[in-house]
Design a protein around this ligand. Structure first.
Ligand code: ADP
Ligand code: MG
Length: 241
């Protein structure tokens, strides 16, 4: 579904991502690990086409179509959707208004809002005065209403308590179980792995990406040995292969 080929991305004057290669197939979500500042959010934003994330080399191909030069709204209409690490607060627009813009199905809106404990938030301005966890649930609510084929999730569970991670994880899993969906998910805590089936794990270190194994095993190894060890191994593997 999504193919990233030799992608190098510059932000400001700095080359942040170098020669990224990644393939995400439909029905096979992938997980992205990596230390702070390694370039994970940059990769997601470059895939969406945010301004300031300049593709210097390589291609982003979505369902066989090169999307490098398309504006964000076109990428959204093709089926890409992003859940931000730090969602913007929007005053003057209520959560229910966005939901009704994204879907005509009032029952679906009410059902999902109920499921994500957001019924009382529907009439409030988006993310304004929401707690950290409420903001993340509101983001998940909006992205599911948008109904993208490929979900880009930037630390969906960060700042969310365990009970709400469970609520979000289950809603996300139900969404990704629908045929033809896929995702690229960044996680630090690994909690989301308890809910969402993902077969492909990748790690980003200093702007370079390796896709090497099963996410749960990788997460355990990172937890035990840290990213430093990860880096040593990957560089040896990289040279050998
Ligand atoms: N708009 C920007 N201007 C300058 N540097 C940036 C910008 N956005 C990100 N960076 C830098 O790019 C690097 C990667 O950032 P980011 O992709 O947010 O990392 P991660 O999500 O892995 O923590 C960091 O060194 C960060 O400071
Ligand atoms: Mg980030």
């Amino acid at each position: 579904m999504l193919e990233i080929i030799n992608l190098s991305v510059q932000v400001g004057k700095k080359m942040i991502l170098r020669d990224i290669n990644l393939v995400i197939r439909k029905d096979v979500p992938a997980v992205l690990f990596g230390p702070n500042g390694s370039g994970k959010s940059t990769l997601l934003k470059a895939i969406m086409g945010f301004s300031g994330y300049e593709v210097k080399k390589g291609d982003i191909v979505f369902n066989g179509k090169k999307i490098n030069d398309l504006p964000i709204e076109k990428r959204v209409s093709l089926g890409l959707g992003i859940m931000f690490q730090n969602p913007p607060k929007i005053t003057g627009v209520k959560l229910v208004q966005i939901a009704r813009f994204l879907s005509q199905d009032e029952q679906k809106i009410q059902e999902l809002a109920g499921r994500l404990s957001l019924r009382n938030h529907l009439d409030r301005d988006i993310n304004a005065e929401f707690s950290g966890g409420e903001m993340k649930r509101s983001e998940l609510f909006q992205i599911i209403m948008q109904d993208p084929q490929m979900l880009l999730l930037d630390e969906p569970e960060s700042g969310v308590d365990l009970e709400n991670i469970s609520i979000m994880g289950k809603a996300l899993n139900d969404y990704l179980k629908k045929p033809g969906k896929s995702a690229l998910m960044i996680t630090h805590t690994g909690y989301i792995l308890d809910y969402v089936k993902a077969d492909n794990g990748c790690v980003m270190i200093d702007g370079e990406l390796w896709c090497v194994g099963k996410p749960k095993e990788m997460f355990e190894s990172i937890r035990k040995n840290g990213y430093g060890k990860c880096k040593e191994c990957l560089h040896v593997q990289g040279r050998d292969s």
